[in-house]
Ligand binder design. Structure first.
Ligand code: UD1
Length: 363
């Protein structure tokens, strides 16, 4: 069985790693790894391949940035001949980035079985490009693998047939559990002169947060107050860095003594930073899940989450972008009122194996 596995942007890499591992362990599967090139900086791509032990992509489409339409169109144009040439039995896409929908559409139109890993998640916010990618990819997929029960429920409500849907757990958590011991050896805390539980970790890159000067300034109001109490480490995404300059906010950030901007961190350093933080502030989707496994309090700087299980089990609060709400969440952690949390069902490090078993049975 020939399977094309697709990656494009940073959050895809930790999701494909356990699948490539499981595929390579099956003599009847011939995997072909395609990188669209959506993310291309060393710190956003190559470093992750190395640290996660992902094989070199067989094909790199080298598409890079551009508007959504340009990026999606270019990926489709470059991916189609690859599928035509390789004639795979299935194309596997993960997550919700532009590479996911672009390659998904190509496969579906060539009548190749499309497999979506991390299906069914919904924020119900169509202003998020990822929500559009999720809804569209699921609607054309032949097999839908879910990380949490809400994903299954959403797909059934949207009319997907139950035989296509499998609740298998979370491949990103497979990677985290596999790499945690190695990550603990990272020297990043010493390099930054930080101590366990004596700092907060921040990530910001959602267009609704960092493209809009009013929202970005409101977030900075909250961060200004928090860093007076607890140092904040801020590995900065290229999009956010560009916008700080463009929106004239760079000076304001530089003036905050204990908001410490660093380059985007590699997987192992970032995992170490997350695992030892007192709390994490983020607008990422995946980080809400990673902090859940690590049992580190997470304040989600958005108005919705497509991963409600992380809230239900007690490790995540969706606090939005209002400084008063962010600070109230922060005080809950700082004053020791946060409470305990649970691990979601099937987040046990074996999702990649479960998916592979279903693929062998179904295809
Ligand atoms: C993309 C995903 C988002 C995901 C995020 C993780 C979509 C719609 N969005 O957003 O879901 O959470 O990745 O990082 O697919 N850039 C660089 N170097 C890189 C990568 C990007 O400089 O290695 C620049 C691009 O040129 C562009 C900006 O960063 O100017 C945004 O990149 P893009 O891939 O369009 O979207 P992200 O914001 O990274």
């Amino acid at each position: 069985m020939k399977v094309i596995a697709v990656v494009g942007a940073r959050p895809n890499f930790m999701k494909i790693a356990p699948l490539m591992d499981a595929f390579r362990g099956e003599s009847s599967i011939e995997p072909v790894l395609v990188h669209t090139g959506q993310h291309y900086d060393h710190q956003m791509s190559d470093l992750f391949f190395r640290q996660l032990g992902i094989p070199e992509p067989d094909i790199n489409l080298g598409v890079r940035g551009g508007s959504h339409a340009v990026q999606t169109g270019r990926i489709m144009e470059a991916f189609e001949p690859v599928v035509v040439q390789h004639k795979p039995d299935a194309v596997v896409v993960v997550g919700d980035v532009n590479s996911t929908i672009a390659c998904g559409m190509v496969a579906a139109k060539l009548a190749i079985k499309l497999v979506h890993v991390e299906a069914g998640l919904r924020s119900f916010d169509r202003t998020m490009p990822e929500e559009i990618n999720r809804v569209l990819t699921d609607s054309i997929s032949d097999l839908l693998f879910c990380t949490e029960q809400s994903g299954v429920d959403n797909l059934i409500r949207e009319g997907a047939s139950e035989e296509k849907i499998f609740l298998v757990g979370n491949v990103m958590i497979d990677t985290l559990l596999k790499k945690l011991r190695k990550a603990k050896l990272s020297k990043i805390l010493d390099e930054l002169n930080l101590r366990e539980r004596k700092y907060a970790l921040l990530t910001l890159h959602r267009p609704t947060n960092v493209d809009d000067p009013t929202v970005f300034s409101r977030l900075l109001d909250a961060l200004e107050a928090i860093q007076r109490d607890l140092p904040i480490v801020f590995p900065i995404h290229p999009r956010t860095l560009k916008n700080l300059d463009k929106l004239g906010l760079a000076q304001r950030v530089e003036a905050m003594k204990d908001l410490r901007m660093i380059d985007p961190a590699g997987y192992l350093d970032f995992l170490k930073l997350m695992s030892e933080a007192k709390l994490v502030l983020t607008d990422s989707g995946g980080i809400q899940e990673e902090t859940t496994i690590l049992k580190v309090p997470c304040l989600t700087l958005r108005d919705s989450t497509e991963r409600p299980i992380t809230v239900d089990v007690g490790s995540n609060r969706v606090v939005g972008t209002n400084p008063a709400r962010i600070l109230a969440g922060y005080r809950e952690v700082a004053d020791g009122r946060w409470g305990t949390s649970e691990i979601p069902p099937l987040w046990d490090g074996r999702a990649g194996q479960r998916i592979t078993k279903v693929l062998l049975e179904q295809l």
